[in-house]
Design a protein around this ligand. Structure first.
Ligand SMILES: Nc1nc2c(ncn2[C@@H]2O[C@H](COP(=O)(O)OP(=O)(O)OP(=O)(O)O)[C@@H](O)[C@H]2O)c(=O)[nH]1
Ligand SMILES: [Mg+2]
Length: 270
C-alpha cells in the first residue's frame, strides 16, 4: 500500500516526537501547535498519534482520555489517533513506526506524543525526525537533569506552562545550564512556551517545520527492520542478518522495508 502511495506522489510529512513526564503539558501543547499549523497554511494537514502506555494485561487504552488531544470540531485537516503501547519496551508501540510511515504520506506534520518514562525518550528518537522534550516548571534543578540522563537525545527542549512565571523561568535557566554541561558547544534549541497564553508557540511552530531532521528515513527503516527480524525470527534471524551485512545494507539491497521483509522471510523459509 505504501508503494502505491509513493506512485501516487503522496506527500511526505515530518514526524515530530513529543515526550516528557506525565502531566508536563504535552497534549495541551500539541493541540495548540496543531491548530496553529493548519491555520497558517491552507493546504496543510496535521496528525497526532498519542502512544498510550496502557497495561499489557488489560490491553486496553486505560489512559486514553489523558492522552487525548482536544481539537476544534469539524476541522478535516486535523486527525487524532491513540495507540496502545501494549507493553512494548520503551513505551513506543512496535507498530508506531509503520503507522507513522503511513501518516506521513497523508499529513504534513505527524506529532507522536509519548509519556516519558525513561526508555520512551530513546525509542521516540528512533521514530521521529525531530524530538522535543517537554519540561514542566520546577521539574528539578540542573543536577537532577544530569542524573536523569535525558539531556543527550532530544533535538530540542521546551519548558512548558511559562504563564506560571518564576518557576518556569527558574526551570528554563537550570535547563540551559544543564545543556551547556551535557552538550558543550552544541546549539540545542531551548524554548519557553505557554499553551494557555500562546507565548512562544509560533516560534516553536516555525522550528518544528524548519529545524534539521534527525537520522532520516533510511536509518529508521534499518532500525525497525532489525527489530522486526528479532521479533519474527529471533536470535538466529539477527545473526543471519548480521552475516548478510546488517539491516541498513539489507533494506537498501532489497529496495525498501516491505521488500526486505518478504526477501528475509523467503530466505529463512518462513
Ligand atoms: N498553567 C498552565 N497549565 C497548563 C499548560 N498546558 C497544560 N497545562 C495543564 O497541565 C496539566 C497537564 O496537561 P496535559 O497537556 O494533559 O499534559 P500531558 O503531558 O499531555 O500529560 P500526560 O499525557 O498525562 O502525560 C493539565 O491540567 C493542563 O491544563 C499551560 O501552558 N499553562
Ligand atoms: Mg497527554
Amino acid at each position: 500500500m505504501l508503494a502505491r502511495l509513493d506512485a501516487a506522489g503522496a506527500r511526505r510529512g515530518r514526524v515530530v516526537g513529543v515526550t516528557g513526564a506525565p502531566g508536563a503539558g504535552k497534549s495541551t501543547l500539541v493541540g495548540e501547535l496543531a491548530v496553529r499549523l493548519v491555520a497558517a497554511a491552507p493546504g496543510r494537514a496535521v496528525a497526532v498519534l498519542a502512544v498510550d502506555p496502557s497495561s499489557p494485561v488489560s490491553g486496553g487504552a486505560l489512559l486514553g482520555d489523558r492522552t487525548r488531544v482536544r481539537f476544534p470540531a469539524g476541522e478535516p485537516r486535523l486527525y487524532f489517533r491513540s495507540q496502545a503501547a501494549a507493553g512494548e519496551l520503551g513505551g513506543v508501540a512496535r507498530t508506531t513506526f509503520q503507522v507513522c510511515r503511513l501518516l506521513t504520506r497523508l499529513f504534513d506534520v505527524v506529532f507522536v506524543e509519548t509519556v516519558g518514562v525513561g526508555q520512551s525518550e530513546i525509542e521516540i528518537v528512533r521514530v521521529a525526525d525531530r524530538t522535543y522534550l517537554i519540561v514542566p516548571p520546577l521539574a528539578g534543578d540542573h543536577v537532577q537533569f544530569m542524573k536523569a540522563g535525558i539531556m543527550e537525545l532530544p533535538d530540542a527542549f521546551v519548558v512548558s506552562k511559562a504563564d506560571v512565571g518564576e518557576p518556569a523561568s527558574a526551570t528554563f535557566h537550570a535547563l540551559r545550564a544543564s545543556l551547556r554541561l551535557a552538550r558543550p558547544g552544541a546549539e540545542v534549541p531551548l524554548h519557553r512556551v505557554s499553551a494557555r497564553t500562546g507565548a512562544g508557540v509560533d516560534t516553536l511552530c516555525a522550528e518544528i517545520l524548519t529545524g534539521p531532521a534527525g537520522a532520516g528515513v533510511e536509518a529508521r527503516a534499518a532500525h525497525f527492520f532489525e527489530r522486526w527480524v528479532a521479533a519474527e525470527h529471533g536470535r538466529r534471524g539477527v545473526a543471519r542478518l548480521t552475516a548478510a551485512g546488517g539491516a541498513a545494507a539489507y533494506v537498501a539491497a532489497h529496495g525498501g522495508f516491505e521488500a526486505a521483509q518478504a526477501a528475509f522471510d523467503g530466505e529463512v523459509g518462513a
